[in-house]
Design a protein around this ligand. Structure first.
Ligand SMILES: Cc1ncc(COP(=O)(O)O)c(C=O)c1O
Length: 379
């Protein structure tokens, strides 16, 4: 058992050994520029195109609808600003939610400073958006709806399919930030009825520094950066072949092992919760609704505990994150927990624990022991 036990897979994942192995030839040997016409260039171009197919297969789209980027933040920027600018003569209204990652909200704030109007939809106590609210928020000048697929802090899964149907009926482009859901739950772009979908490499066992954006064929979009013709001119710049190969392999592995990974993440998450509840009883409070949640995510508050004190107390043994930020002794609770109307005390006592595809029973049992002992000491 590796030490400390890592239970923060929503923050990032390690590179899968199969992914690393696939990348090594492109680190050590194949250095050609994919745009060069001679053989070492061509073979790298082929590697990028193979990765495009692997990514497309995971989300059930055409390879030519996949655009490689540097990260999920870039994909979200391209999707949101790209659609906003491409449609700015048609309208300047965007619908989003109160629980998006800053990689969406900050883009919306920027667009607001450029004359766009943004509607932030509320969520219920479980962090879920009501599709009726989306329908009611639509205006004549709405050009984009951007709602995340699954939340990074509490794991809540949004009714993307229903929202997608509403967007489609009203002929409005629909983007979803699927950074947390790809590889954990099904992300078929047709079933989800989305026009744009963000993928984050490092959340699915590919390296950091690579992402992708799915753009449905025929969706008008303006590029953010200008240069040569790579990625059909939508995201120019010499391709990051090494990491692209890694993302492709990670998607292939995620598709191949999907059921098994999903099962393992959920079994370990549930074992953890059961272990905590059996030892701590009603001192344990779960945020969100596990019936409608990512299989690996547990947002949990421990009564009368400071989440920061707990996370730092156990950090030599178990790595988890908190639902609040602590600066100069002041605690600010996350906007997601605030939007869910979770009271300050509960939010300040909330930790996020997220399991991985290879998390073992042994690791979970050890983590329960460490958490329970720490909570008893800190209460
Ligand atoms: C839902 C969501 N969107 C976007 C991001 C941003 O990812 P990156 O920092 O890799 O760009 C994250 C990262 O935590 C996330 O959880």
């Amino acid at each position: 058992m590796k030490h400390p036990i890592y239970l923060d897979y929503n923050a990032t994942t390690p590179i899968d050994p199969e992914v690393a192995k696939e990348m090594i030839p492109y680190i050590e040997t194949f250095y050609g520029n994919p745009s060069s016409s001679y053989s070492i260039g061509r073979s790298n171009k082929e590697a990028v195109e193979k990765a495009r197919i692997q990514v497309a297969q995971l989300i059930n789209c055409q390879p030519e609808e996949i655009f490689f980027t540097s990260c999920a933040t870039e994909s979200n920027n391209l999707a949101i600003k790209g659609i906003a600018w491409a449609n700015s003569t048609k309208g300047r209204h965007i619908i989003t939610s109160e629980i998006e990652h800053p990689a969406v909200t900050e883009v919306c704030k920027y667009l607001a400073s450029q004359g766009f109007e943004i509607t932030y939809l509320p969520v219920d106590q479980y962090g879920r958006i009501d599709p009726i609210d989306v329908k009611n928020a639509i205006r004549k000048d709405t050009v984009l709806i951007t709602i995340m697929h699954a939340n990074n802090e509490v794991g809540t899964i949004q009714p993307i399919q229903e929202i997608g149907a509403i967007a489609r009926q009203n002929e409005i482009a629909f983007h979803t930030d699927a950074s947390q859901s790809v590889g954990k739950i099904e992300t078929d772009v047709d079933k989800l009825v989305v026009d744009l979908l963000t993928i984050a490499g490092h959340k699915l066992y590919a390296p950091k520094g690579i992402g992708a954006l799915y753009i449905r064929k025929g969706t008008p979009i303006e590029n953010l950066i200008h240069g040569a013709g790579q990625e059909k001119g939508i995201r120019p710049g010499t391709e990051n072949v090494i990491h692209t190969v890694g993302l492709g392999k990670a998607c292939e592995v995620a598709l191949r092992d999907f059921k098994q990974n999903q099962h393992n993440m959920q079994v370990s998450r549930d074992r953890l919760l059961n272990g905590l509840v059996s030892r701590l009883g009603n001192q344990v409070h779960v945020n969100g609704n596990l019936e409608n949640c990512l299989p690996n995510t547990l947002s949990v508050a421990f009564e009368n505990i400071s989440a920061h004190a707990l996370a730092s107390f156990i950090s030599n043994d178990v790595l988890i994150s908190t639902g609040s930020a602590c600066h100069s002794g002041e605690t600010t609770i996350s906007s997601v927990l605030q939007a869910m109307n979770i009271d300050f005390r509960t939010a300040a006592a909330t930790v996020r624990i997220s399991t991985g595809k290879h998390t073992t029973e042994e690791e979970i049992d050890f983590a329960v022991e460490v958490l329970v002992n720490a909570i008893k000491k800190l209460t």
